[in-house]
Ligand binder design. Structure first.
Ligand SMILES: C[S@@+](CC[C@H](N)C(=O)[O-])C[C@H]1O[C@@H](n2cnc3c(N)ncnc32)[C@H](O)[C@@H]1O
Length: 273
């Protein structure tokens, strides 16, 4: 393993911060080395240093984009952490449905959806427990910065290892087809999710007012000002009685006083004050 120089480390940190707002701490040199050394080889460079030298020289975009993709953590799983989905099923969706008229659509946004397991978990949950909602009254929008994970999400094709992480066997048999060594989510579940590219740190596309926003395990990668700016924009599109889900190590506390944490069993959601 080659050791990255401080100047190359700083260059990559700046690139990733500028493109994705992701802040790499000084102890993340190993991450850059382990992720970018294979990328350097795949792209015909002798070393990581040669890859970075080429990045510095060329304004061409595709290699820079690949570097940002390679550094970004896309970790996700079906029904990640389990309890937020239980709370969605037992409390939040019944509450919202009781408050909405039978003709109103519920809008759910999975921001930073990675390869799709999170929005597909929501779609399967709705299919299983709220069949009336699925008939034209549910809109699920899922966004991510990475075109590569979005392409995977749109295909809905998962390895056995990804399936083993959190997907109940009953849902596998109901909603997936075997495709060689992989499993593909059925077209009617795939069609329930509208996947779009969006950088949370830049201008957002036009989005409807949301009943529920999942923005889980992404704010942790951003600096303080970026987190504050994103939460302020979330306030702008969350309905007055809507719910925001963050990751288990994330919070709005000390970032945005406009949100109130609401405890529901093991789950903490955030609502507008
Ligand atoms: C760790 S995954 C979380 C996936 C899912 N929300 C979950 O909790 O399982 C973080 C995702 O955030 C995305 N991401 C990183 N920076 C982003 C940005 N600036 N805008 C939008 N998405 C971003 C990454 O591409 C990655 O797919």
């Amino acid at each position: 393993m080659n050791t990255i120089s401080r100047s190359d480390f700083n260059y990559i940190c700046e690139l990733v911060r500028r493109r994705a707002a992701i802040v790499l701490e000084p102890d993340k040199a190993y991450l850059i080395e382990t992720r970018l050394t294979p990328l350097a080889r795949q792209n015909g460079f002798d070393s990581l240093q040669a890859l970075i030298a080429s990045l510095r020289l060329n304004a061409a975009d595709s290699l820079h984009r690949k570097v940002v993709e390679a550094i970004t953590i896309h970790e996700t799983s079906f029904f990640r952490d389990a309890h937020p989905f239980e709370t969605l099923q037992t409390t939040i969706l019944p509450n919202l449905l009781a408050r909405r008229s039978a003709s109103q659509t519920l809008a759910i946004w999975c921001a930073a959806c990675s390869s799709g397991q999170e929005p597909f978990s929501v779609a399967m949950l709705a299919r299983e427990h709220f069949p009336a909602l699925v008939k034209g009254r549910l809109r699920i929008i899922a966004t991510d910065l990475s075109g590569a994970v979005l392409a995977r999400a749109r295909e809905g094709l998962y390895s056995q290892t990804e399936i083993n992480r959190g997907l109940p066997a009953m849902l596998l048999t109901r909603y997936f087809d075997k495709q060689g060594l992989h499993w593909q989510i059925k077209p009617d579940i795939r069609r329930m999710v509208d996947f779009r590219q969006n950088n949370l740190a830049e201008n957002w596309p036009l989005l409807p007012q949301m009943d529920i926003i999942f923005m889980r395990n992404v704010l942790i990668y951003f600096g303080l000002e970026t987190k504050k700016a994103i939460l302020a924009k979330v306030r702008g599109i969350l309905k007055p009685d809507g719910y925001l889900f963050l990751g288990s190590s994330e919070t709005t506390l000390n970032l945005d006083a406009g949100f109130e944490p609401i405890s529901m069993g093991k789950t903490i959601c955030y609502q507008l004050r």
